[in-house]
Design a binder for this molecule. Structure first.
Ligand code: NAI
Length: 344
C-alpha cells in the first residue's frame, strides 16, 4: 500500500517510517505541500497524507480521484482545508482527532509565563551579558482571572493547569458540560472580567474573528490574549490596534490567520511580505510561535501511530474507521458514523 506524504519535515519521518514498516505501508515522502500544482505526485499511490496547511479544494479532490486515490489521511485534528462535501462519495477522509491535548495546553501556559515574566527578553539580555532588570517587571498569575473559550480536550487541561496556579477560571463553551467545576459564563463576561483570555474552540463561521474590534473594546486594559487554536479566531488588525491603543497588554500567538505560506518554513533572509505579521512580531509584548504547540515527542508518536491505524482501518476488512469524517458528521439524522457505519 503506497501513501504520498506531503509537506514532510525531518521530525515527521522517523515515527511514520517505523509504524509504516510495521503495518506494511510504504510512504513516499515529498517536501512540497499538496495543492493543485503538486497533486500529480500522488499518481500511483492509494492514499495521500497531508497537514492542515494543504489545499484540498474541489479541483484537488477531483485530480486525486482521477488518479485512483481512495483516502485523504490528515495528520492533524483540523480539516477546514479539505472540501469534505466535495470528497463525499469519492474519497474517504480521516483525521487525528487528538494526539496530545496536553502538549497544546502546556504550550499555552509556556507562552503565558514567558510573556508575563518577560522570559523572552531576559533570555536575549543575558545572552548578551546584560544583567539589568529594568523593564522586566512581570505580574503574578495567582489570583488573576483567566477566561477560557472552548473547554474541550485542550481547554479543559488548560483550565486545570491554571487552577494549579491559583487562578480564577471562567469559561465560555457553546456546548458546556452538564456538570463541571468550571464557572461557565457568556463571551461578553469573559471579555469584561478576564485578565487573561485563552482560545481553545474550533474555527467555523460562528467563531471566525470572535476577537474583533468590538470584543477588544470590552476587554480589561492590559489583558493578555493567547491563541493556540486557529489564527482566524482573531481579527489580527483589531488585535494590533488594541496593542497600539495600550488596551491589550500582551498577545501570545501560536497561530495566525494568514499562516499557511509562512509558518513551518525558514524565511530568514527573505523579505517578509505580510506587513501585519511583521508589525505584530515587532511589538515588544507579542510572542509568536509558528504553530508549534503540538510539537512534542509524545504528540508526534501519537500522530504517526493513529494515522497508520486510520489508513489500515480504511483499507482492511469493512473499512470502518472511527476517525473517518465527512460533511454529515455531527448531523444526528444523517451521520452514519454515529450508527457505526462508513461515511459512504
Ligand atoms: P475539542 O473539539 O475537544 O474542543 C473544542 C471545544 O470548543 C468543545 O468543547 C466545543 O463545544 C467548543 N466549541 C465549539 N463551538 C464553539 C463556539 N462557537 N464557541 C465556543 N466554544 C465552542 O477540540 P480540542 O482538541 O480541544 O482543540 C481545540 C482547538 O485547538 C482545535 O479546534 C484546533 O484548532 C486547535 N489545535 C491547535 C494545535 C496547535 O498545534 N496549535 C494542535 C491541535 C489543535
Amino acid at each position: 500500500m503506497k501513501t504520498a506524504f506531503f509537506d514532510t519535515k525531518p521530525y515527521d519521518k522517523p515515527a511514520f517510517e517505523l509504524y509504516g514498516k510495521e503495518k506494511g505501508i510504504e510512504f513516499k515522502f515529498f517536501e512540497t505541500k499538496l495543492n493543485a500544482d503538486t497533486a500529480q505526485l500522488a499518481d500511483g499511490c492509494d492514499a495521500v497524507c497531508v497537514l492542515v496547511n494543504a489545499t484540498v479544494a474541489a479541483e484537488v479532490v477531483d485530480t486525486l480521484y482521477g488518479y485512483g486515490i481512495k483516502l485523504i489521511a490528515l495528520r492533524s485534528a483540523g480539516y477546514n482545508n479539505v472540501d469534505v462535501k466535495h470528497a463525499y462519495g469519492k474519497i474517504h477522509v480521516v483525521h487525528v482527532p487528538a494526539y496530545s491535548p496536553n502538549s497544546v495546553a502546556e504550550h499555552a501556559m509556556a507562552l503565558l509565563l514567558t510573556s508575563v515574566r518577560r522570559i523572552h527578553k531576559a533570555y536575549n539580555r543575558t545572552k548578551d551579558f546584560n544583567f539589568s532588570l529594568n523593564g522586566l517587571t512581570g505580574f503574578n498569575l495567582h489570583g488573576k482571572t483567566v477566561g477560557i473559550i472552548g473547554t474541550g480536550k485542550i481547554g479543559k487541561i488548560f483550565a486545570d493547569i491554571c487552577g494549579g496556579f491559583g487562578m480564577n477560571v471562567i469559561a465560555y463553551d457553546k456546548f458546556p458540560p452538564q456538570e463541571s467545576k468550571i464557572k461557565y459564563t457568556s463571551p461578553d463576561e469573559i471579555f469584561e472580567k478576564s485578565d487573561i483570555i485563552s482560545l481553545h474552540c474550533p474555527l467555523n463561521s460562528e467563531t471566525r474573528h470572535m476577537i474583533d474590534k468590538a470584543a477588544v473594546e470590552k476587554m480589561k486594559k492590559g489583558v493578555v490574549i493567547i491563541n493556540t487554536s486557529r489564527g482566524a479566531l482573531i481579527d489580527a488588525e483589531a488585535l494590533l490596534e488594541g496593542i497600539k491603543q495600550r488596551k491589550v497588554g500582551a498577545a501570545c500567538l501560536d497561530v495566525y490567520e494568514e499562516e499557511s505560506d509562512i509558518f513551518f518554513e525558514d524565511l530568514s533572509g527573505h523579505i517578509m511580505n505580510d506587513d501585519l505579521l511583521a508589525r505584530l512580531i515587532s511589538m515588544p509584548n507579542v510572542i509568536v510561535t509558528s504553530h508549534q504547540a503540538f510539537l512534542t515527542e509524545e504528540a508526534l508518536d501519537n500522530i504517526a501511530a493513529t494515522t497508520v491505524n486510520n489508513i489500515i482501518s480504511c483499507f482492511e476488512n469493512d473499512g470502518i474507521c472511527e476517525n473517518e469524517l465527512c460533511y454529515r458528521c455531527g448531523n444526528i439524522e444523517e451521520c452514519k458514523k454515529d450508527r457505526k457505519e462508513r461515511c459512504f
